[in-house]
Design a protein. Structure first.
Length: 456
């Protein structure tokens, strides 16, 4: 299959992003199984770049849910210690620049064009054409090396063992949790999924495990023993969120790590699960520094965290919430948060999701959180569930449901259904959240328009 046309010398940022988008994109068209998985392409690409993944320590995050929020919290903790921090995350909400950040700020257009231009020049030297995610991963490591940053927080894209980010050896490796997602690639069982995620554990790394199910924890314990990690911390006995209650605009949490105890911390994020993400991020930071962080440092860092598209409140009267929950575990966490934010129930939801999800289970979870009515839409992705199929699944779950094609049309239909003291939630996929956010938070939309990929 021929590759995309190489960009001309001096190509613009948008021309280079178009070149990038011409590569195989497994986020847009997920395979049923990773065929002949390999790290050879990303290894060769990084070698041609001078192995930038070795330029600074890497804190490597995997898990089914919570990676993005954990990465954001961890980044703020490291910055509060005076470090320059590179953060590589996926997916993005509006522009691909968001995936490569330095000190919490996305790479600017000029720097992105420069790093993509370098990759375009190197591509003809490769034995095989890389995927879009492999190019982005190489771009991130190159950007961090050239900046330079003191430490990189790197979020796994899919699984772990064969993910392009696994070209790096994490100084600290962390697992948020393990639940069903991408089973067509990683499954079919939770043990299979855990084994794939445990593939990022490296000799000499410090492993921090947020998963608490004993059989799944055993998978990571076995991986740690086989690899020869320098330490293993587990949620529960070694670290955790010991208290977690609703506060105005977020949570008040009490965190504990092997080296410290941190009471009454304000976290401006919604959802009790964010307390668990904060505890994991703090444990990773302590593992990296080899010492506890000062209480005032942690307090300031947590208070500065934001997480767009993750239980993000973008309107009041009515309350409007955006959340990229895209699997059953995410929908259950969202439902718990909705019941807490709006215990009166009767919420209206705009929902679009991708193939490979379980619509029935997700709608049942939302119903348990007080959602009574749904407007379904087709997510802007080739992998989208048709809105009509989602509508049928919602009705089967006992919800009132209507269907329309676009996210904008769904918002238009849903808004009159919500009382001024009611709740409107947009969820099911970050594709859907991104489109809704561009309408509901117009200042967040890029002036030049969104890139073709909004994220899975």
């Amino acid at each position: 299959m021929p590759g995309p046309e190489p960009p001309a010398a001096g190509a613009s940022r948008d021309e280079l992003v178009a070149w990038l988008d011409g590569h195989t994109d497994y986020e847009q068209a997920m395979p049923t199984r990773l065929r002949a998985p390999t790290l050879e392409r990303i290894t060769e690409l990084c070698r041609l770049l001078g192995d930038p993944q070795e330029a600074c320590p890497v804190l490597h995050l995997t898990g089914t849910n919570g990676k993005g929020s954990t990465a954001r919290i961890l980044t703020r903790l490291l910055m509060a210690q005076g470090l320059s921090v590179g953060t590589y995350s996926s997916p993005n909400l509006a522009r691909v620049n968001e995936r490569l950040a330095r000190d919490g700020e996305p790479i600017d257009d000029e720097e992105l064009a420069e790093v993509l231009g370098s990759l375009a020049l190197l591509e003809p030297m490769l034995a095989a054409r890389p995927s879009r995610f492999e190019l982005l991963t190489a771009a991130a490591f190159s950007f961090f090396a050239d900046s330079p940053v003191d430490v990189a927080v790197v979020e796994v894209g899919l699984g772990g063992r064969w993910d392009a980010t696994n070209v790096a050896a994490g100084d600290v490796v962390a697992v948020t949790n393990v639940s069903y997602d991408h089973v067509e690639v990683l499954g079919p069982s939770l043990l299979d999924i855990a084994r794939e995620k445990a593939g990022i554990v490296k000799p000499g790394s410090h492993l921090v495990v947020g998963e608490t199910s004993p059989p799944l924890v055993e998978v990571f314990e076995a991986a740690a023993e086989a690899a020869g990690t320098r330490a293993l911390w587990r949620r529960g006995p070694d670290f955790g969120c010991r208290a977690n209650r609703l506060a105005v605009g977020g949570r008040l949490v009490e965190l504990e790590t092997p080296g410290g105890h941190y009471p009454e911390l304000y976290l401006p994020l919604h959802g009790a699960h964010q307390g668990d993400n904060a505890a994991l991020a703090l444990a990773v930071a302590e593992a990296f520094f080899g010492a506890p962080l000062a209480g005032e440092t942690v307090e300031a860092a947590l208070a500065s965290v934001s997480a767009p598209g993750r239980l993000e409140v973008v309107g009041r009267a009515p309350l409007v919430v955006l959340d990229g929950a895209h699997n059953v575990a995410g929908a259950e966490a969202l439902a718990t948060a909705l019941a807490e934010l709006h215990p009166e129930g009767g919420a209206v939801a705009v929902v679009g999701m991708l193939r490979g999800r379980d619509p029935s289970a997700m709608f049942q979870a939302l119903a348990g959180g007080g959602v009574a009515s749904v407007v379904t839409c087709s997510a802007p992705s080739p992998r989208a569930f048709p809105a009509a199929e989602l509508c049928e699944a919602a009705r089967a779950a006992g919800l009132e449901a209507k269907a329309t094609e676009s996210v904008v049309d769904a918002l238009t239909l849903a808004r009159p259904m919500v009382a001024e003291d009611g709740l409107l939630v947009v969820t099911g996929s970050l594709y859907v959240v991104a489109d809704a956010r561009a309408v509901l938070v117009p200042e967040a939309a890029p002036v030049t328009g969104p890139d073709s990929l909004l994220g899975p």
